[in-house]
Design a binder for this molecule. Structure first.
Ligand SMILES: *Cc1c(COP(=O)(O)O)cnc(C)c1O
Length: 417
């Protein structure tokens, strides 16, 4: 028998979403008449914007013509899409990013998961707690961590707790880390990073020779004009940061698949002899070796997000989700819950009432209101006692869920907390 990668066996067994699915299925079987409302999983529900669909069709039609047919495209993505991104997402916001610093991919999950392989196994990684599990699990698989402690953490990782006290924004660590994963607006807490906070991180990274892996998958949900959408809006970030973005949540591409990673030419690591090596070169090599590009019609569809109609339609999508977020945030607060996030992010993070554990509250909300959410503890031990509601549902479902919870508020929240 072939020897397996033992590091996979370190991965904690009960992954969050399968466990949620198991409990929901069990409940639904026992209560077939209950109409469940799912405000749990982080997937979009509204259809793709018209401008995107039309471009998608055009892209497909081109493949039907002998002259316009396309086979393999450039691994890093077509120039028209990379240029549109550089112009609209960066230069228009005063951040200097060139088209050839942008790598088109089939998802930020893949990119944030794959990026670790261009770094040494000795690199110390820092993550927030609670955290998007991909950053941690892919480092576990690679062998960059110690064993699981049975309580939600792996040895060797520097965890940065996000608490009510620090506003769910991690503090600069005392210890040094080589690679720092940051995600703003945050999944799961809905917290955002101010310009001041990001400046602090860039300074920290410059001082400590660290690299910031900045996940901005939710930047389009920012409405406060003072909050940066990109780490590259901060001076000095080009030497110490890379950024991950996705069309998934922004434009409804979760099933269509298109994302990108920005690696400035200045960003470098060091080799065994201490020599400076640009990360751009390594990622280019990885990308061209292990990836063959996103399908042409999908890239044409993604580029349509930057057309005037596309921009207006995407704005309407985001506004619809953010209206849900407002309803949830205000509705839950009215019921007496302590709520966070949901103002510049599609997630509402709430404190469970009566000191209930995250899973206990999950079970109660499912049983009493037939509403499915996500236990905060599933994102890390600092998430215990918290709960995530997603704004990606349908408006009518959100209203119905809130009405049900409101009728039960005496049960959940006897007095205001
Ligand atoms: C949804 C999400 C992404 C995007 O993933 P894709 O693979 O591009 O669909 C990235 N980061 C976070 C934190 C997310 O929640």
């Amino acid at each position: 028998m072939a020897r397996i990668n033992d590091h996979y066996l370190k991965l904690a067994a009960g992954y969050l979403f399968p466990e949620i699915a198991r409990r929901v299925k069990e409940f639904a079987q026992a209560h077939p008449q209950a109409r469940l409302i799912r405000l749990g999983i982080g997937d979009v529900t509204l259809p793709l914007p018209n401008a995107v669909i039309e471009a998608f069709h055009r892209g497909v039609e081109e493949l039907a013509g002998q002259k316009s047919f396309k086979g393999y495209g450039p691994e890093q993505g077509y120039g028209f899409l990379r240029e549109a991104i550089a112009q609209n997402d960066y230069r228009a916001r005063g951040a200097s990013v060139e088209a050839d610093e942008i790598f088109i991919s089939d998802g930020s999950k893949c990119d944030t998961g794959n990026i670790q392989e261009v770094f040494s196994l000795d690199c110390r990684i820092a993550v927030a707690d609670p955290v998007y599990p991909v950053y941690v699990d892919t480092n576990v698989m690679a062998g960059r961590t110690g064993p699981y402690d049975g309580k939600g953490r792996y040895g060797g990782i520097l965890y940065m707790p996000c608490t009510e006290e620090n506003g769910f924004v991690p503090e600069l660590p005392e210890e040094r880390a080589d690679l720092i994963y940051l995600c703003f607006p945050n999944n799961p807490t809905g917290a955002v990073a101010s310009r001041q906070v990001l400046k602090g991180w860039v300074e920290y990274a410059r001082k400590n020779d660290s690299i910031i892996l900045y996940d901005a998958a939710y930047e389009a949900f920012i409405s406060d004009p003072s909050i940066p959408h990109s780490i590259f809006e901060i001076d000095g970030a080009r030497e110490v940061a890379m950024e991950f973005r996705s069309f998934s949540k922004t434009a409804g591409f979760t099933g269509t698949r298109c994302a990108f990673t920005v690696i400035p030419k200045e960003l470098a690591g060091r080799d065994a002899g201490g020599g400076r090596v640009p990360i751009h070169r390594l990622w280019m090599r990885r990308h061209t070796t292990k990836f063959n590009g996103v399908s042409y019609p999908v890239q044409v569809a993604a580029a349509a997000v930057y057309s005037p109609e596309g921009k207006a339609q995407v704005r309407r999508l985001i506004d619809a989700y953010m209206e849900n977020a407002r309803l949830i945030r205000e509705g839950m607060a009215e019921c007496g819950f302590k709520v966070f996030g949901g103002a510049n992010a599609p997630y509402i993070w709430l404190k469970t009432p009566k000191g209930m554990g995250s899973w206990e509250f999950f079970d109660q909300l499912l049983a009493k209101a037939n509403v499915v959410g996500t236990p905060g503890s599933g994102f890390g031990p600092a998430g215990e006692g918290y709960f995530r509601l997603s704004a990606f549902g349908q408006r009518a479902d959100v209203e119905e869920a809130l009405a049900r919870i409101n009728r039960l508020k005496g049960f959940f929240v006897p007095e205001r907390i």
